[in-house]
Ligand binder design. Structure first.
Ligand code: HEM
Length: 170
């Protein structure tokens, strides 16, 4: 799931103009915004109404299935100013990319850590990273709840590591 998020994030990152720096602490805000803008979990899992209720003018009877579209909620203009704009520096970002309530994602802290580390390192080490395919050629995996790219072809020029960077003295 984290790999799907990272691939999807890279797709957006590489097809969107670079707005200033997204390194270091900015990587955290960028990861949250990428999850809000196009997270890998579009729908929450099935819920069933425990009592009759009315949701958005729609009558839901006891036992009826309800599928919450997290991705739509994350573009709610009442919740997010200018919701269809990818703003990697967005400061207030109460997105539902990891769900909400008692089923809130147990792996969220791990996923956040991995995504921040991966995106931060890649951006700083491979500044020339770019897509190696037309956007229309990218293939997405099917699936009701989760989405993600099958693969994300990129090209880059590896930069030589600075002296002492990651190498241990013998
Ligand atoms: C970017 C990566 C991830 C995203 C976007 C994500 C998203 C979500 C979402 C939206 C839910 C709630 C589903 C619902 O309400 O029906 C969820 C639940 C869950 N996630 Fe994640 N997840 C990620 C990574 C992980 C990882 C790395 C783990 C485990 C190491 C994990 C474990 C779980 C578990 C166990 C639940 C079910 C919690 C429950 O039902 O009480 N997730 N995740």
């Amino acid at each position: 799931m984290t790999a799907a998020a990272t691939r999807g994030s890279w797709h957006i990152r590489l097809t969107t103009p670079r707005p200033g720096s997204s390194r270091g602490s900015a990587a955290a805000a960028a990861v949250e915004e990428l999850l809000r803008f196009d997270g890998p979990v579009e729908l929450a899992t099935w819920r069933f109404a425990s009592e009759p209720l009315t949701l958005g003018g729609q009558r839901v009877e006891r036992g009826d299935p309800v599928l919450v579209v997290l991705a739509a909620a994350d573009r709610d203009p009442a919740r997010f100013p200018d919701p269809d704009r990818l703003d990697l520096g967005r400061t207030r970002n109460p997105h539902l990319g990891y769900g909400h309530g008692i089923h809130y994602c147990l792996g969220a802290p791990l996923a956040r850590l991995e995504a921040r580390a991966a995106l931060g390192e890649l951006l700083s080490r491979l500044p020339g990273l770019r897509l190696a395919a037309d956007v229309v050629e990218l293939r997405w995996r099917g699936g009701l709840i989760m989405r993600g790219l099958r693969e994300l072809p990129v090209v880059f020029t590896a930069e030589p590591m600075a002296r002492g960077d990651g190498a241990s003295a013998m």
